[in-house]
Design a protein around this ligand. Structure first.
Ligand SMILES: *[C@@H]1O[C@H](CO)[C@@H](O)[C@H](O)[C@H]1NC(C)=O
Ligand SMILES: *[C@@H]1O[C@H](CO)[C@@H](O)[C@H](O)[C@H]1NC(C)=O
Ligand SMILES: *[C@@H]1O[C@H](CO)[C@@H](O)[C@H](O)[C@H]1NC(C)=O
Length: 249
């Protein structure tokens, strides 16, 4: 009976030319970006700050929105154990009627620390588990390789970025390949950009003078824009529909 009423309602709506709301029409809903990650994603604070707020503040339009769950010091293990991941999934559920939820997942800076005792293969598995759970709640996962630190090697005359996140970058790409997930290579893009601008300019984005990891507000806007550019390459419809824009530098 319910089914008959429902299909009757649908035919009436179709006759009236009303747009049907269903899961399959989610592409035209504005995106809601839920950012999971460590301090290089997190809101600017006394000891943390990443690209997340710059991305949310300056690149989303036309009803697109989001929330930054970046957590200072987080690993793929602590983010789950401390309850942040549950908040990410709960947010997916609460926005999915009105938005197409995307979850960006970027870790590595703390997972790589010896004290964390997280092997590269555990890290890879943890990322794949995040991806599977995002899909289970009908959201779109985007894996993000870790933002480069701004440490330069001067030994060659031309200062070059010291690439110290290579294992976590490769593992993130592996996790994406195994799970068939979109991945943006923020590590590669940020490293190339930092090599191009050199240390003096790069350090103008430091949260504090000697902090070569965390970003101030200006840095958050620059690297948030880079994330938007990389995402729109993977999801060109977000640009086409006017949801995602960034300033070409
Ligand atoms: C984002 O916007 C908030 C509210 O206007 C502001 O306080 C914060 O500094 C902004 N952060 C960035 C990185 O743009
Ligand atoms: C590190 O992790 C491994 C495997 O999970 C565990 O067997 C080992 O006890 C841990 N080591 C330390 C020092 O916590
Ligand atoms: C590398 O070069 C920058 C400026 O070009 C300088 O400020 C910095 O101290 C140098 N770092 C090392 C480790 O020598």
């Amino acid at each position: 009976m319910k089914g008959i009423l429902c299909s009757l309602a649908i035919s009436i709506l179709q006759a009236l030319g009303a747009p049907l709301k269903s899961k399959s029409s989610s592409a035209s809903k504005p995106p809601f970006f839920i950012l999971a990650g460590d301090s290089t994603t997190a809101t600017q604070s006394s000891n943390g700050g990443g690209w997340g707020d710059g991305f949310l503040n300056t690149t989303l339009f036309n009803g697109a929105s989001g929330h930054n769950y970046g957590h200072n010091g987080a690993t793929t293990v602590s983010f789950r154990a401390g309850g942040d991941w549950a908040n990410v999934l709960a947010t997916v559920e609460s926005v999915s009627a009105d938005y197409h939820p995307f979850v960006t997942i970027q870790f590595g800076h703390n997972d790589q620390k010896v004290a964390a005792n997280i092997s590269v293969s555990q890290y890879t598995d943890n990322l794949e588990k995040f991806v599977a759970e995002v899909r289970d709640v009908d959201a779109t996962p985007i894996l993000v390789t870790p933002l480069s630190r701004r440490n330069y090697d001067n030994s060659t005359g031309h200062p070059a970025i010291i690439e110290d996140l290579a294992d976590q970058t490769a593992a993130t790409i592996t996790a994406a390949g195994r799970s068939g997930t979109a991945v943006i290579d923020l590590n590669k893009a940020s490293t190339a950009y930092l090599n191009a601008i050199g240390p003096e300019k790069a350090w103008s984005y430091n949260l504090n003078a000697d902090d070569h990891t965390h970003l101030n507000v200006e840095g958050s806007v620059v690297f948030g824009g880079m994330v938007a550019e990389l995402i729109q390459r993977e999801f060109p419809e977000l640009k086409r529909e006017g949801f995602l824009r960034y300033n070409d530098k």
